[in-house]
Design a protein around this ligand. Structure first.
Ligand SMILES: [Zn+2]
Ligand SMILES: [Zn+2]
Length: 367
């Protein structure tokens, strides 16, 4: 594979200082972090590339070598020399990605170590849990206990589904689980291999079912796990909890649990990323004269300053009253969409005043 230029990977120019590098790295890490893109191998390789580019460019010596000789300049360094200078786990915690199940497994994977490097083990299934949160919970972050059933291998029959000794090798396939058919034709012999119909590919025939699991080979158990949802999550964000999926057994490692967040619609606030929108009706006099009005926010009631001469549809920004930004101490903004409502049931006196107002307007008063 063609190796990309490190500066290009980070999208910075060749004079970028440390702060710029870190900012660029952070933005891209938030986008390509595999915890946010589970199962997307493209993101895993983008993340690897990103880590390497950052590890090299934020180290003066390595950067000098790279600037002078390109990728060849680093051929003397081992993988661990290259990554050795950067403490990625601290860095990610700083970005708030630590709370995203940034467990050792995936962390190691990004550097070509860990699961893929060591002896490949069989893994039990991953599980998915859909977690619905209110907007308020997404704003503050929340701790939740998730309860769900998991299937584990039956302790009595160890997954065979048969009572002890009540299992035979399939006679039709002699235990291979395969049915082989041969066709002769003019140009040779074709072998067609399919699953044995007698034992359905297991190679064994159960004479008597295991009484504990009723022949299924698995037992269901209730499982609970406590998770901490960081403030600022959005619908679609996925938290990966290592080894909390289907339990392993013997040679099989446990699977992972993916918690997929969905944030419910709020009756008052509409969310667009880090910003919130709120509609507020005001009267024509308030719009024309200006007013201070109480409006709801996630922090409770706050004051909206409506300036004189506010038009229908005007957006007024309340800075920092939006959603927390994941992995940051900053917050988005609250935008109030002002709707000027024209009164429909006027008293005689109000009508009188408005007629007077119209008369003044026609005479050439204020505009
Ligand atoms: Zn059993
Ligand atoms: Zn068979």
């Amino acid at each position: 594979m063609e190796r990309r230029d490190y500066y290009e990977v980070l999208g910075v120019d060749r004079t970028a200082d440390e702060t710029t590098l870190k900012r660029a790295y952070r933005t891209l890490a938030m986008r390509f972090h595999p915890d946010r893109n589970p199962g997307d191998n493209e993101c895993v390789s983008r993340m690897k590339e990103l880590n390497e580019a950052y590890a090299v460019l934020c180290d003066c010596d390595k950067r000098r070598m790279y600037d002078r000789y390109g990728h060849d300049g680093l051929s003397g360094y081992s993988q661990s020399d290259i990554f050795g200078g950067v403490d990625f786990s601290t860095l990610f915690r700083e970005f708030g990605l630590g709370g995203f199940g940034f467990g050792n497994g995936i962390f190691d994977n990004l550097f070509g170590r860990g699961r893929t490097g060591t002896r490949e083990r069989r893994r039990a299934s991953d599980l998915r849990y859909n977690l619905e949160l209110t907007l308020e919970e997404a704003a503050t972050g929340v701790e939740r206990v998730l309860e769900f059933p998991r299937r584990r291998t039956c302790t009595s029959c160890r997954g065979s589904g048969a009572k002890e000794g009540a299992i035979n090798t399939c006679e039709r396939c002699e235990g291979s689980g395969q049915a082989v058919r041969e066709h002769r034709s003019g140009i040779g012999v074709f072998r067609q291999i399919s699953v044995c119909g007698e034992c359905r590919g297991t190679g064994r025939i159960v004479r008597e079912k295991c009484s504990l699991c009723e022949g299924s080979g698995a037992l269901e158990e209730d499982h609970d796990v406590t998770i901490t949802i960081p403030a600022g999550v959005e619908s679609g964000h996925t938290l990966r909890l290592e080894r909390e999926g289907e339990p392993g057994d013997g040679d099989t490692a446990p699977g992972d649990l993916y918690v997929v967040v969905s944030v419910a619609r709020h009756p008052v606030f509409e969310r667009h990323g880090e910003d919130l929108y709120l509609q507020q009706d005001i009267g024509i006099a308030e719009a024309a004269l200006g007013a201070s009005l109480p409006v709801p926010s996630l922090d409770g009631e706050c004051t909206l300053e409506v300036p004189e001469g506010t038009q229908n549809g005007t957006l007024i920004r309340l800075k920092g009253k939006g959603m927390p930004i994941l992995g940051s101490k900053r917050r988005g903004d609250l935008y109030v969409v002002v709707r000027v409502s024209v009164p429909t049931h006027l008293t005689r006196q109000q009508k009188e005043i408005l007629r007077e107002f119209r008369r003044l307007e026609q005479e050439g008063g204020a505009t």
